[in-house]
Design a protein around this ligand. Structure first.
Ligand code: NAD
Length: 490
């Protein structure tokens, strides 16, 4: 398959992402023969390294991530290194020569993938240089893979997009949202559209509310400088959470191809009711973590973390109520929440169905449980359906039961697989699981209205949740107002 022949240029090849995710994922593709023998990788980063040293670091990164690595020497021999300051024009000429040599040597047909795995402030200027210094003048395909964050708000995202569009057309741009590479996120679509029992119920008549949670135990770690300028809304809601909502809410596409799926997702984002001005604090709440105990250890508050202001107004938690104003979803709240230093690491979707019209089983002390469909995205992967069934015994009492499907055990190897799939898709030219500019723009215009309010009003309650809990009280109150509560994620 010709498309899998390519030169992959990784900018930021000594960075954390490259080591932890990209190299191990490429190795897995190589091992499964999903990568053509005709491939070469140029690692680009600032630090001076010889090819040997670079290949050594590739081997180490693969060995750290994967136990089996029989073909590691052969794999690593395809890697080359170029020490390069991305702001220095002269250096692009050398990079260009190296690329054409490898193109000839490995018969790569002029196919090139440029992967930007480095700080976003460089994205625009790298793209401009790739064009002006001739690296994108190729016989084959050229593709740009770009990491998050894609801009800081709509305006900066537009500016970045204009820069990269001078060198790449929209269909050559692969904007990574690694959630879209996760097995169970991709499964949302299959569960909905390959089963007769869900789609007929998938609307406001039968669904009472949908809850999307993505919680982390980790705090901000070493990323204080970045996070202070970002916060949970930009870091998680604008991309990952809105993408999951779009997949849950979209209409069945007429075909499972990139264009059709994207256009359905875009329609959901267009139907998202804008929340602005005074409405913001009614529909969205924010939190910032205080000290607390996690796994028996005391952890510091956000404001005590390195590179964080001692009076920081940055949110490390967001919960919100989204409304999708279309025929299918009118009136159904989509509750989303995400945060750091929470009680569990968990990404989960709960679809809560409406109650049966009349409860015939009130002799039990409790009211009937509603039916739930739970999609477990990480760390465990699977699907659970909550039903009511007869309680064993002489009476006619109902009791909740669960039908459980576990995709596999607790992960650890889950995340590299997202990158493995996304890299493979990119090699084949399948952009379905990457975000289109229209989605990026609509998502920013939604979250910008919230940031506008939050950035101009200091939240006096910060820090407002203890580390190791499920967030601030206002998050629970957001659902209580509507008569709901967050279904536990653990
Ligand atoms: P990092 O700081 O670990 O690595 C940065 C890389 O860029 C290094 O290889 C460094 O040498 C190179 N670099 C920096 N300045 C340079 C210059 N002037 N010229 C040439 N090279 C230069 O960063 P990271 O954690 O690997 O993240 C990279 C990108 O991926 C970022 O956009 C980040 O937001 C995104 N991302 C990272 C992760 C992750 O797990 N680390 C997850 C999702 C997204």
């Amino acid at each position: 398959n010709d498309n899998q022949t390519a030169l992959i240029m990784i900018f930021g090849a000594t960075g954390d992402l490259a080591k932890r995710k990209l190299f191990p994922s490429l190795y897995k593709l190589f091992e499964k023969d999903k990568l053509s023998k005709n491939f070469a990788v140029i690692g680009v980063a600032r630090r001076p390294l010889t090819n040997d040293e670079f290949q050594q670091s590739i081997k180490e990164s693969v060995k750290t991530a994967i136990e089996k690595e029989d073909r590691i020497d052969e794999f690593a021999s395809h890697f080359y290194y170029h020490s390069h300051d991305v702001t220095d024009s002269a250096s692009y000429a050398a990079l260009k020569n190296m690329a054409s040599d490898l193109d000839n040597h490995y018969q790569l047909n002029g196919n090139r993938i440029f992967y930007l795995a480095m700080a976003p402030e460089f994205f625009g200027s790298i793209a401009l240089h790739l064009k002006s210094d001739g690296l994108t003048d190729v016989r084959g395909f050229k593709r740009l893979v770009i990491e998050k964050p894609f801009g800081h708000d709509l305006e900066s995202a537009k500016e970045l997009n204009d820069q990269i569009r001078t060198a790449f057309s929209e269909d050559e741009i692969y904007r990574i949202d690694h959630y879209l590479g996760k097995e169970m996120v991709q499964n949302i679509e299959v569960i909905r559209f390959a089963n007769a029992i869900f789609e007929p119920l998938w609307n406001s008549r039968f669904i009472s509310n949908i809850q999307v949670t993505s919680s982390e135990i980790l705090g901000v770690e070493e990323r204080g400088r970045y996070y202070e300028n970002s916060g949970a809304l930009r870091d998680m809601v604008q991309n990952h959470l809105l993408q999951m909502v779009a997949l849950l809410a979209m209409e069945p596409p007429i075909r499972l191809n990139t264009e059709e799926i994207r256009s359905e997702k875009v329609k959901v984002l267009r139907a998202l009711r804008p929340i602005e001005g005074e409405e913001v604090n009614k529909y969205f709440v924010r939190g910032q973590y205080d000290e607390g105990t996690i796994n028996g250890k005391t952890v510091p508050s956000y404001r005590q973390e390195p590179m964080v202001a001692e009076n920081s107004n940055t949110e490390t938690f967001v919960a919100g109520k989204l409304l999708i104003d279309n025929f299918r979803w009118a009136g159904v709240p989509f509750y989303i929440r995400t945060g750091k230093r929470m009680a569990a690491k968990s990404t989960k979707i709960v679809i809560q169905f409406k109650d049966v019209p009349m409860n015939l089983y009130y002799q039990t002390e409790q009211p009937l449980n509603p039916n739930l469909l739970v999609i477990h995205i990480q760390p465990e992967e699977g699907v659970t359906i909550h039903l009511n069934a007869k309680k064993a015994g002489t009476g006619m009492e109902a009791t909740p039961i669960k039908l459980n499907y576990a995709n596999k055990g607790i992960d650890g190897i889950n995340t590299p697989e997202a990158y493995e799939k996304l890299l493979y898709d990119c090699m084949r030219g399948d952009a379905t699981n990457f975000t289109h500019w229209d989605e990026v723009a609509l998502s920013w215009s939604f979250t910008d209205k919230i940031s506008d309010v939050w950035e101009n009003h200091v939240d006096e309650s910060f820090p407002n949740y203890k580390s190791g809990t499920m967030g601030p009280k206002c998050s629970d109150e957001l659902l209580e107002k509507d008569g709901y509560f967050w279904w536990p994620v653990t």
